[in-house]
Design a protein around this ligand. Structure first.
Ligand SMILES: NC(=O)c1ccc[n+]([C@@H]2O[C@H](COP(=O)([O-])OP(=O)(O)OC[C@H]3O[C@@H](n4cnc5c(N)ncnc54)[C@H](O)[C@@H]3O)[C@@H](O)[C@H]2O)c1
Length: 335
């Protein structure tokens, strides 16, 4: 029998969740949103039989097995706590919470109520990232020495940034928070725990109260070095990672014609400076966000481990907050 799902908050990102549930064969039977016009529009668009202005009413439906929490960040905590207490498995959008104590409470309450808590850092569901992780764990790259991770865009060429992102009180941070938390999660996925970091950032293009450009250098407990770059000052959408090891390197960027992972290494005799052996792996990156939802369903059905746990979500936010501290003091932060 298909799992029954509720979606709390039916704005932009909720569409990806709805599509992911459809692909996974789960059934969205209820939605909730405080904005009546959006609620009604989505109910019609998706043909969902239950629609509520208050998410507590959705959580009172016994037949709902799991929920997606797609509200603005401030409601991730209360909605997750309420859902866990109602016995529903939870896929909570990122960032888990900007408050680490609240994030820990979300993890604890989910555990106490024996429900799954997955966080929406969907890069873990990207085929190239999974292949890279397997190659790192296999030792194919030797010792990982340096990683560069970048997620950046330009608001599709817009002249201004919406207040929900540009005003500090609304957003809690700029590109370092919004894009950086995905890259910090990916950095931990590849490199393990971080020992220290140093952040520089600025508002260099837009008239905003938050940063539109940031770079964070990281030192991992393993000794690996990394840089995480985020920006709203790019030209077009960019997402990529470059991983360098003592025996080879990996390159991935959405900027290539084909979404491939390139593995460079030296095996053939006589390769020169720029001329290395290259293996190319192909992936269908379309629908990475939807695959993250499918992985959540698989975790509920016991087919896999949770791909991005509450703890992963918390540690990504810890790196974001530590980066802001470093930018403020101008000093490195030891985690
Ligand atoms: N994983 C990703 O790459 C990704 C991308 C975009 C957004 N997000 C995250 O998803 C969340 C939502 O972002 P969005 O872009 O969809 O925003 P959005 O503004 O388009 O949608 C949010 C919806 O939540 C509703 N809402 C607000 N308070 C509510 C409440 N108390 N109960 C129920 N509904 C409520 C709003 O009316 C709105 O319809 C944010 O946390 C954001 O960080 C993640």
């Amino acid at each position: 029998m298909s799992l029954k799902i509720g979606i709390i908050g039916v704005g932009g990102i909720a569409k990806r969740h709805f599509e992911g549930y459809q692909m996974a064969g789960a059934e969205v039977i209820a939605i909730a949103d405080v904005f009546e016009a959006s609620l009604n529009a989505r109910q019609q668009e998706w043909g969902v039989r239950n629609a509520f202005l208050n998410y507590e009413d959705l959580l009172n439906l016994d037949e709902v097995d799991a929920v997606s929490i797609c509200t603005p960040n401030a409601y991730h905590h209360p909605a997750t706590i309420a859902a866990a207490k109602a016995g529903k498995h939870i896929l909570c959008e990122k960032p888990i919470s900007l408050n680490l104590e609240k994030a820990q409470e979300m993890i604890d309450v989910a555990k106490k109520n024996k429900v799954i808590l997955q966080i929406g850092h969907h890069m873990r569901s990207n085929g190239a990232a999974l292949k890279a992780k397997q190659m790192i764990d296999n030792g194919d790259l030797g010792r990982v020495t340096f990683m560069r991770l970048r997620q950046a865009h330009d608001w599709a060429g817009a002249e201004t940034v919406r207040d929900s992102f540009g005003k500090l009180a609304n957003s809690g941070g700029g590109t370092l928070l919004d894009n950086g938390c995905h890259m910090f999660d990916l950095a931990r996925y590849f490199g393990g725990e971080v020992n220290s970091l140093y952040c520089q950032m600025g508002a260099l293009k837009f008239d905003v109260e938050v940063e539109d450009t940031s770079v964070v250098t990281l030192t991992f407990k393993s000794g690996t070095l990394a840089s995480v770059e985020n920006a709203w000052t790019a030209t077009g959408w960019e997402e990529g990672f470059w991983i360098y090891g003592s025996k080879g390197s990996l390159e991935y960027t959405n900027r290539w014609e084909e979404p491939v992972l390139k593995h460079r290494f030296r095996e053939s005799p006589g390769t020169l400076w720029a001329d290395t052996d290259v293996a190319i792996y192909n992936f269908h990156t379309a629908g990475v966000g939807q695959r993250h939802i499918m992985n959540f369903i698989d975790a509920i059905e016991g087919k896999r481990e949770v791909i991005c746990t509450g703890k992963d979500g918390l540690e990504a936010v810890r790196l974001v907050l530590s980066s802001y501290e470093s930018a403020k003091t101008g000093l490195p932060v030891t985690l």
